[in-house]
Design a protein around this ligand. Structure first.
Ligand code: UDX
Ligand code: ADP
Length: 484
């Protein structure tokens, strides 16, 4: 079999960019991306794509209508495909056994059932969504229990490692492509087919093949390791604030050790995104189910540290603003979970904002890519508040950051958007209430310059002592308690 037709079920952050790049790099393959949401497909077929991702528009524009198609006709696309990617969402369960921890596989199961129902001939089914270990086994089970005569399936695991905001670059230059398959002749043949697709642009030495189970666990483990690094440096940042060390200097010194490496050591207000939290919780749940409580506790701590970090930051804001933010306007810069994406899933901004709203603050929120409706939805959703009407009255979404800071007591930076570094903070300071505060939860601003302008400046992993404030500015600043 030579793959000529690919179908991808799920036109989201993973399926959309991945299949756009496959279509771009493999003009000899027809790629159909399908989704049950009519709105999503409409957006993929319009000038305003449903997700913001640098360079994605160019790729889609070049391939759409040529060998890349977005459609709601799921059954026809499955029927025509030789290879089917399953890229549907696997959120944390919000009900029943494993609630709050296990991955919810209902969408995956639905896909498996539809594939079994409509397929004719042989197909390769590839799980791309992050799934718990042995999910492929469940897919195999559903498919084989419903297989019609003359139809056969091979199930592969091919987890996606792209990070949002850099998805196209990650897809074009992956550190590795991981393909897990059944250890049999038919399994090896299916792995070869998928390898052939990636060979269009990925050097062979970067394509790794493993057993299905190793592949599934590698994805969870990779995300857990990355999250653990962020939590580790965030734990150190709390120590820095208490001792007078500077976490940037510590991270730089630690990262120079080639065994440790310098990446993913930026202390922040906490990690977010659709994967880290979900995969950690999933790992914890799996370990518990396998009667490995010590392993479960170890990984649980990584997510506990993340909750601690964002809560600590929110509390520090209240503390610095003279222990009350009730009825004070605060300008919030950034709502996405990281720069260069409009995605707010598990964004630390949501949690910090929610804490401040609980304290009665009024929030003027500005984010260059997150839609107004999304911010309102996130901050009023039942998992964050049981007072949506009260919250609605306390938040205002701005298109202009200079308007957002007018009469505000503080600027709170929650996403590391590059444009925030270029703002005219002198102009902002002039229209803010005094003393004006900046809380930089992403460590991106020029703190010395802000202090010179008269801002009381706070950031992660570093305390500006009263003396250093006075030295830098020559002005008088409110003292705060800092005891070495
Ligand atoms: C992650 C993995 O990187 C990717 O391989 C996987 O496929 C999906 O999950 P993503 O969540 O899109 O990707 O973004 P990532 O760049 O990993 O950032 C995750 C979070 O960690 C963000 O909130 C980011 O701001 C935060 N982070 C990252 C830090 O706080 N400090 C760092 O040093 C790095
Ligand atoms: P991810 O970040 O994993 O890509 P998203 O939520 O962005 O997750 O995208 C998943 C997509 O999968 C959504 O657009 C959703 O509508 C789609 N989806 C979920 N279940 C099905 C299904 N059974 N058939 C088709 N599409 C589905």
């Amino acid at each position: 079999m030579v793959v000529k037709n690919v179908c991808c079920i799920g036109a989201g952050y993973v399926g959309g960019p991945t299949c756009s790049v496959i279509a771009w790099k493999c003009p000899d393959i027809q790629v159909h991306v399908v989704d049950k949401s009519e709105m999503r497909i409409k957006q993929w077929n319009s000038d305003k794509l449903p997700i913001y991702e640098p360079d994605l528009e160019d790729v889609v524009r070049e391939c759409r209508g040529r060998n890349l198609f977005f459609t709601n006709n799921i059954e026809a696309a499955i029927k025509a495909a030789d290879l089917i990617f399953i890229s549907v969402n696997t959120p944390t369960k919000t009900y029943g056994i494993g609630k709050g921890r296990a991955a919810d596989l209902k969408h995956i199961e639905m896909c498996a059932r539809t594939i079994a129902e409509v397929s004719e001939g042989n197909k390769i089914v590839v799980e791309k969504s992050t799934v718990p270990v042995r999910a492929a086994e469940s897919i195999t089970h559903i498919l084989s229990a419903n297989t019609k005569p003359g139809v056969s399936f091979q199930i592969l695991s091919n987890p996606e490692f792209l990070a949002e905001g850099t998805a196209i670059d990650n897809l074009l230059n992956p550190d590795r492509v991981l393909i897990g398959g059944e250890e049999s002749e038919a399994g090896a043949a299916a792995v070869a087919e998928l390898t052939w697709i990636y060979n269009h642009w990925v050097p062979p030495e970067r394509i790794i093949t493993t057993s299905t189970w190793s592949s599934e666990l590698s994805k969870l483990a990779s995300n857990a390791f990355l999250a653990q690094r962020v939590s580790s440096i965030n734990a150190i940042s709390a120590l820095c604030e208490a001792t007078g060390a500077d976490v940037t200097q510590v991270a730089s010194a630690v990262g120079k050790d080639s065994r440790i490496g310098s990446k993913f050591l930026t202390a922040s207000v906490g990690f977010g995104g659709s994967c880290f939290q979900k995969d950690l919780l999933n790992l914890v749940y799996i370990a518990e189910c396998l009667n490995l409580p010590e392993v479960a506790m170890y990984w649980q701590q990584v997510t506990d540290m993340n909750v601690y970090q964002r809560t600590r930051f929110a509390k520090r804001i209240v503390e610095c603003l003279f222990n009350t933010v009730a009825d004070k306007s605060l300008a919030v810069f950034g709502f996405a979970f990281k720069k260069n994406t409009g995605d707010t899933r598990e964004s630390p901004a949501k949690y910090v904002c929610s804490h401040l709203l609980e304290e009665g603050a009024r929030l003027n929120i500005y984010d260059p890519k997150v839609e107004k409706i999304q911010i309102e939805h996130d901050l009023t959703c039942p998992t964050l508040t049981n007072e949506p009407e009260r919250v609605k009255k306390l938040i205002e979404i701005f298109d202009d950051p200079y308007e957002a800071v007018r009469d505000a007591h503080a600027i709170v930076v929650l996403t590391e958007w590059d444009e925030f570094k270029k703002f005219d903070y002198k102009r902002m300071h002039e229209v803010m209430k005094k003393p004006a505060f900046v809380f930089d939860g992403r460590k991106i601003l020029d703190h010395k310059a802000l202090i010179k302008l008269g801002f009381h400046t706070e950031t992660i992993g570093k305390r500006f002592t009263r003396n250093s404030l006075l030295r830098s500015s020559g002005e008088h600043f409110p003292a705060f308690a800092w005891t070495p």
